[in-house]
Ligand binder design. Structure first.
Ligand code: ZN
Length: 145
């Protein structure tokens, strides 16, 4: 196991726009502020959601759409570089009207009703995603930044 050390730099707190795409809003913010490594947390509510499940055998994401109103019970994610640009990877736990929860890999198409975010920016070496043969995923390159 290998990990790099980071120091905490800025902490941003703010509101997500109603009607905006959750993943794109977070990515746009990270790119605007040039946050190259960091942590993302969100709570709030959604108008609709699209989450993914990665089939390890087929090496493919299956996307699951929910065309209904849901709570964001938690969103936990990170920011690193992909193709040289800040990139957000996030997983989300959703809650429905019966109090059930479920979730997955956050995908585009998830529309915010209301949302509050906390983004922690880290200071340290760049962490870049590269294609990993073993998993078929774009994982962190721990050999070089
Ligand atoms: Zn994921």
């Amino acid at each position: 196991m290998k990990g790099f050390e980071y120091l905490q730099k800025n902490i941003y707190m703010g509101r997500l726009p109603c009607g905006g795409d959750l993943l794109n809003s977070l990515t746009d913010f990270a790119r605007e502020k040039n946050i190259r490594t960091g942590q993302v947390q969100v709570i709030g509510a959604l108008q609709r959601a699209v989450i993914g499940f990665y089939h390890q055998d087929q090496r493919k994401y299956q996307s699951i759409s929910f065309d209904k109103h849901l709570e964001i019970l938690s969103l936990e994610g990170n920011i690193s570089l992909k193709d040289g640009k800040p990139f957000v990877h996030a997983h989300i736990t959703l809650g429905d009207e019966k109090g059930n929860s479920f979730g997955g890999h956050l995908m585009e198409g998830t529309v915010v009703f209301a949302g509050e975010f906390i983004i922690r920016e880290f200071e340290g070496r760049d962490l870049s995603r590269v294609y990993d043969e073993e998993t078929g995923l774009a994982l962190w390159n721990m050999d070089r930044g």
